[in-house]
Design a protein around this ligand. Structure first.
Ligand code: SPV
Ligand code: MN
Length: 623
């Protein structure tokens, strides 16, 4: 096959592009490119290396095709996805497998799926330019990183990936196992006059685990198209399960402790539940906000940010709560705004920014005026709830200096968050690793949000916030998390946080900025500097420690009353949570590890015992 592939590539590529491919000296790559050039049949082909010149060409293409347009903000552009292409599309995202993975994971027959997607993709690039580009997932020259190649006909996708990922053309030459790399094929398909994907009925995202390859067609939204993001994540989880490491839907950040100490935390939160804003908190250092690889080295857990940029939700970003992002979004930096409102002044606007929004402009629905209705008669918001900003992390003044460290950073703690109005306290430490993984990680339930198509506000179980991206069965995935610590001498501590607890009047009990205090508390705990109170579900802060931290970190008085409200133990609510989770695991996850049921049973016993002694809702002062 290979010499034939080389011949074919020679015919199809310009001398310069051909040389770029041949210099990579990778037969599998040659065969892959030859096969897909034949199927996709592009009008032009452009092979992009690590040079600034090539990256600039992609940006120019995005403007020339009109997929991105300039704003009145220097260096920033905007892009719209179609009105029905605003989020990840779980209904058309499938793993191609011959045998099912798990009742909760959508699969489709591999042979039929491949046939279908190849038909959909046949000649799909006949009027466009194919961009071939290489990336490194994770720092360069790092044993945790993975290499990848992306084919796309969308300069917007390629430009976004340029901001979000480390360019990896030269790294690709250094791959040791020449067949171990990820491959992504994307086409936005035919576009409408407004330059959005037209054939949404043929929108497909197909993941082929056997070949470590992903196909995505007739869509533009980043979560469906940026191969390196959630598509690569699914491939990585599979590979990690075979090789004994972890790929998690987690931020990575350094929390600054006393005497210039820094402790690194990873954090898993379902989409739109405060993950990005936690990783960006004032006074701490962000390494990444979405995806990490974690690996054991010398008995310790090391982690890297797979990305080097952010594809963040812009809805609600305001000057007071998100000062660092706010500054960048208003500075002459290379930023792509997507699905925001473009006002008559050609500036970007979004909901809940603290700035008043113009009554008219352009948005994902076309020309927009306040009161405009969609086809179902519902008002179209000025900016979409899932509108995003795409930018490089090195624009941020709170960026950690270890982002590109090929060693990664040592993980001190892991945090699991959710969106829970009535059960779990703002912050709590697990008793140990296994307890943490099964009750906190595998116990995440969250109200659904706008990051995926479908109904919002429904409580859904979401182990490690990773359920949408799992490529191995949930039981196996939980087990691989449990087992990971067996290799460790120094085991990270595990925490849960919940920013969404409401009081009887339906008001949130904590302030957005309070997360800083919870982080500082966890930092002190990881380093064994303070004591805590034991509850049936873990360790919670002592009032005096929090009072001091609120004063130090936020200059706030923290009252005993608020502490009591926030940290009271709610027996019935917790028993109900355990009931729901146990039912879920028993009924839908046949390979749930025994450790999970054992921990749930012990937890239940502890709660029932406490309830019989002290009643249903117990003040932390009585624990
Ligand atoms: C998320 O929704 O978790 C994101 C954005 O990080 S997406 O790329 O759509 O997955
Ligand atoms: Mn995410």
């Amino acid at each position: 096959m290979s010499s034939k592939s080389v011949e074919f590539l020679k015919q199809k590529l310009t001398v310069k592009n051909f040389d770029k491919i041949i210099s990579l000296d990778n037969e599998k790559l040659n065969d892959f490119l030859a096969e897909y050039i034949e199927i996709l049949n592009p009008k032009n082909i452009f092979v992009c290396d690590d040079s600034k010149e090539d990256a600039d060409l992609i940006k120019k293409m995005a403007l020339e095709t009109g997929e991105e347009k300039i704003l009145a903000l220097k260096n920033a552009t905007y892009h719209f996805d179609g009105i029905n292409d605003q989020a990840r599309d779980p209904e058309h995202t499938f793993f191609l497998t011959d045998s099912p993975i798990d009742p909760n994971i959508a699969t489709t027959d591999r042979t039929a799926g491949l046939k279908e997607i190849r038909e959909i993709m046949k000649n799909i690039m006949k009027n466009s330019t194919m961009i071939i580009r290489f990336f490194s997932l994770g720092p360069l020259n790092c044993d945790l990183s993975m290499q990848a190649v992306q084919i796309t006909d969308s300069p917007y996708v390629s430009h976004s990936e340029d901001l979000l990922y480390r360019s990896g053309y030269e790294q690709f030459k250094k791959i040791k196992n020449k067949s171990r790399f990820f491959r992504f094929v994307h086409s936005e398909g035919e576009l409408t006059e407004s330059l959005v994907s037209k054939n949404l009925d043929k929108r497909r995202i197909y993941i082929d685990l056997k070949e470590l390859m992903v196909y995505s067609a007739n869509t533009q939204y980043g979560g469906n198209t940026l191969g390196l993001k959630k598509l690569a994540m699914r491939l990585a989880i599979k590979l990690a399960s075979e090789e004994g490491w972890l790929c998690e839907h987690m931020f990575l950040m350094g929390v600054n402790g006393p005497n210039a100490r820094k402790t690194y935390f990873t954090g898993a939160f379902p989409s739109a539940c405060g993950k990005t804003s936690t990783s960006m908190v004032t006074g701490e250092n962000i390494v990444g906000d979405d995806i990490v690889y974690i690996k054991e080295r010398n008995g310790k857990a090391y982690s890297v940010n797979v990305e080097r940029g952010m594809f963040g939700i812009i809805d609600g970003v305001n000057q007071k709560d998100d000062p660092v992002i706010w500054d960048v979004l208003h500075s002459p930096k290379e930023i792509i705004f997507s699905n925001i409102l473009v006002g008559p002044d050609n500036m970007p606007y979004w909901t809940d920014s603290g700035v008043s929004i113009p009554d008219s402009g352009k948005n994902f629905s076309g020309e927009w005026k306040k009161g405009k209705l969609d086809s179902k008669g519902k008002p179209i918001p000025a900016s979409h709830k899932n509108a995003r900003f795409t930018l490089r992390l090195d624009y941020l003044k709170n960026l950690d200096n270890n982002l590109d460290n090929p060693e990664g950073v040592e993980v001190g703690g892991m945090i699991y968050g959710g969106r829970d109005a009535d059960t779990t306290v703002p912050v709590e430490e697990a008793f140990d690793w296994t307890h943490g993984i099964v009750t906190k990680g595998a116990g995440i339930e969250s109200e659904t949000t706008a990051a995926a198509l479908g109904k919002q506000g429904v409580r859904k179980f979401n182990p490690m916030s990773n359920i949408e991206f799992l490529s191995v069965s949930i039981g196996k995935y939980i087990k691989m998390n449990i087992d990971f610590a067996k290799k460790l001498v120094k085991v990270p501590k595990i925490y849960s946080v919940n920013y969404f607890m409401k009081d009887d009047a339906g008001q949130f009990m904590s302030d957005k900025v309070d997360k800083s205090v919870w982080l500082k508390w966890m930092e002190l705990r990881v380093n064994n500097e303070i004591e805590a109170i034991k509850t049936p579900t873990g360790f919670i802060p002592k009032y005096d420690d929090l009072r001091k931290l609120f004063k130090q970190v936020l200059g706030k008085e923290y009252s005993k009353e608020l502490y009591e409200k926030q940290f009271s133990f709610r027996c019935t609510k917790w028993i109900e949570k355990l009931d729901r989770l146990e039912k879920q695991y028993k009924e839908t996850i046949p390979d749930t590890p025994k450790e999970l049921y054992d921990e749930y049973e012990k937890q239940r016993k502890r709660i029932v015992e406490l309830q019989s002694k002290k009643g249903d809702i117990i003040s932390p002062f009585e624990l």
